[in-house]
Design a protein around this ligand. Sequence first.
Ligand code: ADP
Ligand code: F6P
Length: 501
Amino acid sequence: MPEMRQSSLVVVANRLPIDDSVAPDGACEWRRSPGGLVGALHPLLRHTPATWVGWAGGAGSAPALPDVDGVRMHTVALSRDDLRDHYEGFSNATLWPLYHDAVEQPQHHRRWWEAYQRVNQRFAEATAEVAEQGGIVWVQDYHLQLVPGLLRALRPDLRIGFFLHVPFPPPELFMQLPRRAELLRGMLGADLVGFQRAQAAHNFAQLVTKVLELPATDRRIGIDDRVVRIGAFPVSIDTAEMAALAARPEVAARARRLRRDLGDPRQVILSVDRMDYTKGIEQRLKAYSELLASGDVKVRDTVLVQVAMPSRERVGQYQILRERIEREVGRINGEFGRVGEPAIHYLTQPFDRAELAALYRVADVMAVTPLRDGMNLVAKEYVAARVDGAGALLLSEFAGTAAELPEAYLVNPHDLEGLKQGLCAALRASPTDVGQRMRAMRAYLHQHDIRAWARSYLSALDEAGALINRLASTDGTLDGAARVPAPATPAASPATHHAGG
Ligand code: ADP
Ligand code: F6P
């Protein structure tokens, strides 16, 4: 067997940054994986001597993948049963709904829990093989909450970080989980547990005290002879990269063309979501439909572009959601559209980054109204893309982003009247108001980009800074992201890192 190459930084996530998909001609091709996690981490790690451990999409054997932008890909194989019970089951039909305010009913099956343990063990073993002695391992998200504990048992020499991209629920919800103690213990295998928001760190500390009876504050937890630090580190995007893309003449030209193709309406409303019941798509469509019915919004004047990329398509709740959305889009277009003038342009295709940037540039109002969202990077991408300083962001109070971008037009998506009023306010806002808000949000995101996120998280994880500085001395993107101050500068405590709360 060839000797396994080892890395001093290993990122572990359920998905690799690329996965296999079938091209229209039937050929298998690799494309960027969907979702915010890959969108955040992929640009960050580019050209960094790191290894990414994850699943490549599909069932069965693990394909050997070439390096992607200089990052080694280490594939973990998942069988059909693993996918059904770990990914679709425990991850996306138990934890996902529970962590998102139980907006859909979480389901509990013992078989799913067994698969969750089994798959987490496999990820821990794969990681243990590729991590250099004394290296840093950064475990991502709710699919892998047991990995920190399992990995510590295999490789106590490692510095282990865990980051949760989704919300961490209040105790009254988390307590529903039959295996709550095991999940908390799994996360506590890390040296640093990071959340999107301070409230999530607080929920975690409360639960650890209640369920495990361990001494915990919102910053530190004592377990065995170790201290686990916790804190909020709101994830972000490569702001400069999105801005540069949006500023390209061909993207600006494409935006003008899109506007023409949309019939040159006075106002374009855009939503870009993974097709997920947490994103509030149905509530948004209802609000839009009522505004059309009341005449507050008129079709020739205003157009809604709804991009809804299908997601987790084998999970029952997602299938039902898609059917309901498509029926509602059909009803609204049937009732309010005209020949050549639909009320809603509905698109389920994946778009490349340039096309997304052009869509953002054409949107007078960007409607991001999830019922609950750990962060929501689409909102940040929109702000970054508005290099012209225009554009109104309508944003749910229940997206993590809202704590960081209070200048957005904030709405409660559960309140239909409030949602309608918010949409009208954004559509009718004066250019001065829109411009002032956009300027403030752009200034914030300029500072708080993906590199700032990595810097705050990794420097808190690796207080001494030795490992991170070794990585940063290479010629990679992580350079500048993660360089840690000389030891004379005390590392800030994790709880001071959160930008908005
Ligand atoms: P989540 O992590 O729940 O999927 P986020 O809003 O944080 O939600 O991230 C979604 C990411 O997926 C963003 O980077 C966005 O640009 C991307 N995305 C969404 N829809 C599409 C699409 N149709 N084509 C390509 N990328 C998309
Ligand atoms: O943000 C939550 C998340 O599960 C991420 O891990 C992922 O980027 C995204 O949603 C897409 O989900 P999936 O990997 O299930 O397609």
